[in-house]
Ligand binder design. Structure first.
Ligand code: PTJ
Length: 259
């Protein structure tokens, strides 16, 4: 039986997607993005982004490969070491993992900041409200009283006491312009992106080549495990992680299917 025969074409609620379906995660992701577009959270371009991600995830075997698991642990350690970590939220992130981002922020004591490529006041408000519905007490990005230098689109707008002042920024699912501009500002970047060749993972200190749906809960779990560890242990975990090796391993998996 094909996927089309086992799942109704129109799914109103994600509970209607059978959890034992072989492509459950992909169907869930697609549904959340569609719902995000309907709610005014996700931009239509977010559907294209999702399609790209879904193809890479298929080639990765729709699982967290070992190099991504190591990256997620290193990312958790790096966030726990940070003075002012900020998790950046766009329309895809808000639709896919709102509650999970709130939990991660809580586990590593980070701020959440909405930062959009297609920025409109309506979308900012819809995302802030959506995050609040998922437990966020305070969300940055509304004020947007500072700018990332050398970036001429709306994604340059950030909060002076948010991304602008952050030492570590989690940058999920975006093109590379802002990632490069943040790198030029001296920020440490943790990038979540299923395409290891995309510019953002290429500039990240910790690139995580995994579906955000798996990556964020994994990072939270690692953060909770590592809580209470001393600075030297956390630093050793970060130093042990080899970003180039991780990017190569992900590309090898995508190209050859081998781990
Ligand atoms: O909400 P806005 O206005 O800020 O717009 C956001 C989008 C996503 C539309 C914008 O940032 C964009 O166009 O991004 P790109 O250039 O399509 O890049 C998105 C990257 O995320 C691609 O490399 C995808 O492979 C990757 N990606 C897509 N879905 C996932 C993903 N990575 C991890 N998990 C996913 N579920």
């Amino acid at each position: 039986m094909s996927d089309h025969e086992t799942v109704p074409a129109e799914v109103d609620h994600e509970e209607e997607i059978p959890e034992d379906h072989p492509r459950y995660q992909d169907l869930l992701t697609r549904h959340r993005i569609e719902a995000g577009v309907e709610k005014g959270i996700t931009h239509l371009q977010g559907m294209h982004a999702e399609g790209r991600g879904s193809a890479f995830d298929y080639l990765l075997g729709e699982e967290t490969i070992p190099s991504a698991a190591a990256a997620e642990r290193a990312a958790a350690a790096r966030l726990l070491l940070a003075d002012k970590p900020v998790l950046s939220i766009n329309g895809n992130v808000a639709a896919l993992v709102p509650g999970e981002m709130v939990e991660l922020a809580d586990a590593v004591d980070a701020d959440l900041e909405v930062n959009l490529f297609n920025r409109t006041p309506e979308r900012i408000d819809a995302i802030v409200e959506h995050l609040a519905e998922h437990g966020a007490a305070d969300v940055k990005g509304i004020e947007a009283d500072a700018r990332i230098p050398n970036l001429d689109h709306k994604r340059a707008k950030v909060d002076a006491d948010g991304i602008y002042a952050a030492d570590v920024v989690v940058v999920p699912l975006e093109d590379g312009d802002r990632a490069e501009a943040l790198e030029a500002m001296g920020k440490t970047e943790i990038v979540i992106d299923l395409n290891p060749l995309s510019r953002s993972p290429q500039v990240a200190e910790i690139p995580i080549v995994d579906n955000i749906i798996r990556a964020v809960p994994n990072m939270t779990e690692h953060a909770r495990d590592l809580e209470g560890e001393g600075e030297s242990t956390l630093r050793a975990i970060v130093e042990e992680f080899d970003r180039d090796e991780a990017l190569e391993a992900a590309e090898e998996r995508i190209r050859s299917g081998r781990l």
